[in-house]
Design a protein around this ligand. Structure first.
Ligand code: NI
Length: 253
């Protein structure tokens, strides 16, 4: 019983075999998938997927890459979508200083506005943080009051993990924990309190070892789970159960 807490199966790389991908996920014990919006169009596609597949839930939001394209009316649209029964979070939102596809000031502004929407709608947030750890922490401390959510595909330090845990956030571990050059991530995956840990694929990206380089898919959340169970010296079944309970609690599923 696993849950892929972060997937992008609306991606065109799944257009040819989406039904098979979902079937393989179910065969591998994946009981649920949250499909994540990254812009208004993919958020809408995310909602459509929840209508087609029982096991799929949606998050809606604008990724920092797309911050430059966000329009004033989009915030109302997000609020409206967040009222739908299978829309479970606002995300993914945050900062990306690796690609810098939108100006940093714009990324910060859009991030803060979307945190406001989440607070008004009493919904959890899904946070993307790439090479922007200090600003993410700063903004969550000043603008994140009363919010909960998850730092997805966590890539910060153990100290940062402890800070966001203290603020009530969850930590989600993705495929990089299986990489040979995983550095500090295995230690963090072992240290996060079990009741605050989520697992994800972020498919079609971040494919775990030994499939690295190929397309990722929700069934591979099992590989992430196996590695994290090994690191935590616990049974896969117990880890799967606990992390699935966490997803259901955080996102009220
Ligand atoms: Ni993502």
């Amino acid at each position: 019983m696993l849950f892929d807490s972060h997937a992008h199966i609306d991606d065109e790389r799944f257009d040819a075999d989406r039904d098979e991908v979902i079937a393989r996920a179910l065969e591998n014990g994946v009981t649920g998938i949250i499909n994540i919006g990254a812009c208004m169009a993919s958020s809408e596609r995310s909602i459509k997927l929840t209508e087609r597949y029982d096991c799929v839930y949606a998050a809606v939001g604008n990724h920092p890459h797309d911050a430059k394209d966000v329009q004033d009316g989009d915030y109302d649209k997000l609020s409206e979508w967040l009222g739908m029964p299978k829309v479970v979070a606002l995300g993914e939102i945050g900062l990306d200083y690796h690609y810098d596809l939108s100006p940093r000031e714009q990324q910060q502004k859009i991030f803060i506005r979307q945190l406001d929407v989440a607070r008004q709608m009493r919904m959890p947030v899904i946070i993307h943080d790439r090479e922007s750890h200090a600003d993410i922490l700063k903004i969550l401390k000043t603008e994140g009051k009363g919010l909960t959510g998850v730092l997805h595909c966590f890539s910060g330090s153990l100290e940062m993990a402890q800070e966001v845990l203290k603020m009530g956030f969850y930590i989600s571990i993705a495929g990089p924990v299986t990489f040979k050059n995983a550095a500090k991530l295995p230690d963090i995956a072992a240290a996060v309190p079990l009741e605050r840990l989520l697992l994800e694929t972020d498919c079609p990206y971040l494919t775990p070892h030994p499939y690295r380089g190929q397309r990722n898919e929700p069934a591979y959340v099992r590989i992430v789970a196996e590695r994290v169970a090994e690191l935590r010296k616990m049974e896969l079944e117990n880890l799967a159960h606990a992390t699935t309970d966490n997803v259901r609690r955080l996102f009220s599923i």
